[in-house]
Design a binder for this molecule. Structure first.
Ligand code: A3P
Length: 269
């Protein structure tokens, strides 16, 4: 993987870091007038919170609800809003989008639509991010050189939640009860599935199934760099194998400083 300097890899725009070559400041600015369609659905996450998992679930729900999925992979069916990979105005309805954008860059029209905001405890998030960075982009990149801080992302979305129709879900509750989480998502989307269909969604969204599902695991991006890497361990509490006690205490401290005033709690193991 070419060893580029940080400046060649990342640009800062509107107080957020984007990957060079994947989007431009002009495109990000154009999101202010991004035209929303009635049936649009959005999943918003801080990176490494289970985005590919949420994509697989939402795509399967729509597929079983009668929307044919003729797409060759999940990224095509549910692209990133901030990385324009197709002519989005031409996509058939319902359009499904994933995004890592902070609230202040989200197109204003999204306020009328449904957003699933998926979050993950910051210790497992940072460990997942660390492995992703090392394996995929080389360890030289500072951890949070794209996106922004996890704390800011969660805080901003949580504080502005009342302006949106938003369902907050955690990675941990999905691990602990995937079926209940799928049902929650269906209810939120106003989609009624039979018990059998819900079981099918759950089956397609298991870690093992997704690891082997080339549509879901982003293998198409670059088999040698990505193969299976989006699905590494898929567990709660792996941070205990990686973070030192001092690092873990530092996360606790920053969590208290940055989010201590909000009624958010996390499952750590
Ligand atoms: P780990 O690195 O801890 O394994 P994102 O899609 O936002 O990049 O998040 C990736 C993380 O979600 C990875 O965490 C990945 O394993 C986990 N993940 C993806 N699909 C999953 C699934 N079906 N079950 C459990 N975890 C899953």
């Amino acid at each position: 993987y070419p060893r580029l300097s940080i400046r060649d890899r990342v640009f800062k725009h509107k107080n957020y870091n984007f990957l060079v070559g994947h989007t431009t400041p002009e495109y990000i600015d154009s999101l202010e007038s991004f035209e929303i369609k009635d049936s649009d659905v959005f999943v918003v996450t801080y990176p490494k919170s289970g985005t590919v998992w949420a994509q697989q679930i939402i795509i399967s729900i729509h597929e079983l609800h009668g929307n044919q999925n003729k797409y060759s992979n999940n990224m095509e069916r549910m692209p990133w809003l901030e990385y324009k990979t197709a002519e989005y105005t031409l996509l058939p309805s319902p359009r499904l989008f994933a995004s890592h954008l902070p609230e202040h860059i989200m197109p204003p029209g999204v306020k009328e639509k449904k957003i699933l905001y998926l979050m993950r405890n910051p210790k497992d998030n940072v460990v997942s991010f660390y492995h992703f960075k090392c394996q995929i982009t080389g360890c030289i990149m500072p951890l949070y050189s794209f996106a922004s801080s996890w704390f800011d992302h969660v805080r901003e979305w949580y504080l502005n939640r009342e302006q949106y129709n938003i369902l907050f879900l955690t990675y941990e509750e999905m691990i602990l009860d995937l079926k209940a989480s799928v049902k929650k998502i269906c209810n939120f989307l106003g989609i009624n599935l039979t018990e059998a269909a819900i079981s099918q969604v759950v089956e397609k969204a298991t870690f093992q199934n997704m690891k082997n599902d080339t549509k879901a695991n982003y293998e198409h991006l670059s088999p040698e760099r990505f193969s299976g890497k989006f699905l590494r361990k898929g567990q709660i509490g792996d941070w205990k194998n990686t973070l030192t006690v001092a690092q873990s205490e530092r996360v606790d401290q920053v969590l208290q400083e940055k989010l201590g005033d909000l009624p958010l709690s996390f499952i750590w193991e």
